[in-house]
Write a protein that binds this ligand. Structure first.
Ligand SMILES: Cc1ccc(CCc2c3nc[nH]c3cc3c(=O)[nH]c(N)nc23)cc1
Length: 373
């Protein structure tokens, strides 16, 4: 147990790093996949199952939790860890991204964003200071700066305006966060698909000497190659000794290619959302259990998996649950999918230590290329 927040690189393989982030609430093995727990729950999972598949950290969402049940209420209940019975690390997003993608009647200016709740239409305002205050009320271990993420493609002037605003907001968040030894506030690199803006954003954030850095403004509809190109210009500008979090990414192939370009932390709604829609991720590719061809297939998803959802249930049964819209269908497929993602991350960590990430990545991607089976 450590009183401070620290990151240690244990091994490298090219630009890939294997490391550990240590916090008072636990250690995060990197490269790490962080299950999305938007409203204080990883949908269709018990928290001990989330821990059981190997997750060291989960995500919480400032936007959703401030609207319902309310940040002050969560604080009165002892903070998000006690509220949701997840005693290990939690990373929270700042809320701006969700405001811009979910809320109604939102207005953004230098001060922050004002918006109406997508739940009951109530009016709110979110400044950099209020975002950090809310994340503090949630007792979040890793807090994100408030930023403005523009969807791609976008006009260069728009991308530059949002990147510069996000830098000013980073400074205000750093001031509001102050000095909290066991916790961290990450800056978020913006700059869209423009290399020189990405470099300016990364260099300015590096000068703020933050405890970690996210790469934002990606996984917003751009082609994979654009995302990878931006990582190649951004990561070299960030401090080697600090963790790097690529927000909202991604497929197994995205993750492999991003680890090889220096990313340490990932989040993505896909494994949980896909599980609720009948899609199973396996090491041999994606399987759509809605498809009638599984109706009489007695095989499990993956007889070699150590996850009961993958090993002990027939595809015929899973197909039946999904077609009948039984809750157990979403539960078992979410369990399988999170287990697959954590196994992928464990394999990646192992491959980096063995200096064999390139070969391992090729094997995984080939299996995925075969697609539905
Ligand atoms: C609970 C939770 C859900 C989702 C997220 C990440 C959400 C997310 C993005 N998702 C895809 N692309 C993204 C870009 C950004 C970004 O530029 N800034 C921020 N603050 N968040 C992003 C964080 C927490």
């Amino acid at each position: 147990m450590t009183a401070d927040f620290s990151f240690k690189v244990l091994a490298t393989d090219g630009n890939a790093r294997r490391g550990e982030i240590s916090m008072p609430r636990g250690v995060v093995r990197t490269p790490a996949f962080m299950p999305v727990g938007t409203g204080g729950t990883v949908k269709a999972m018990y928290m001990d199952q989330v821990r059981g598949v190997g997750a060291d950290i989960i995500l919480g969402n400032t936007y959703h939790l401030m609207l319902r049940p309310g940040a002050e209420r969560v604080a009165r209940q002892g903070g998000l860890h006690d509220f949701a019975r997840w005693p290990w690390p939690i990373l929270t997003d700042s809320g701006g991204f969700q405001v811009m993608s979910l809320s109604k009647l939102r207005k953004l200016n230098e001060q922050g964003v004002t918006f109406r709740s997508h739940i009951d239409g109530a009016a709110y305002e979110m400044s950099p200071e209020r975002s950090i205050e809310i994340q503090g009320l949630l007792d979040s271990d890793i807090q994100m700066q408030l930023d403005e993420c523009v969807a791609l493609p976008a006009k260069p002037t728009e991308i530059e305006r949002a990147m510069e605003l996000s830098l000013r907001w980073a400074d205000r968040c750093k001031t509001a966060f102050g000095d909290q030894p066991g916790k961290a506030m990450f800056g978020i690199v913006q700059g869209g698909d423009m290399p020189d803006l990405r470099v300016r954003s990364a260099q300015a954030l590096k000068a703020m000497e933050l405890k970690g850095y996210a790469v934002g403004g990606l996984a917003v509809g751009e082609p994979q190659q654009v995302m990878l190109d931006m990582l190649e210009v951004t990561c070299p500008e960030l401090p080697q000794e600090k963790p790097r979090y690529l927000m909202g990414v991604g497929t197994p192939d995205d993750i492999l290619k991003s680890v090889m370009r220096g990313i340490d932390m990932f989040d993505c709604v896909m494994p949980t959302r896909a599980g609720r829609h009948g899609l199973a991720y396996t090491r041999r590719g994606k399987i759509n259990l809605r498809n009638a061809r599984h109706a009489d297939d007695h095989r499990p998803l993956d007889e070699e998996s150590d996850c009961p959802a993958a090993r002990d249930y027939s595809r015929a049964y899973l197909h039946h649950l999904v077609k009948s819209q039984e809750a157990l269908g979403a539960m078992l497929l979410t369990w399988n999918n999170l287990s697959y993602y954590q196994k992928l991350m464990a394999d990646i960590r192992e491959a980096i230590s063995a200096g064999a990430l390139t070969e391992r990545a090729a094997t995984i991607s080939e299996a995925w290329a075969r697609g539905d089976l």
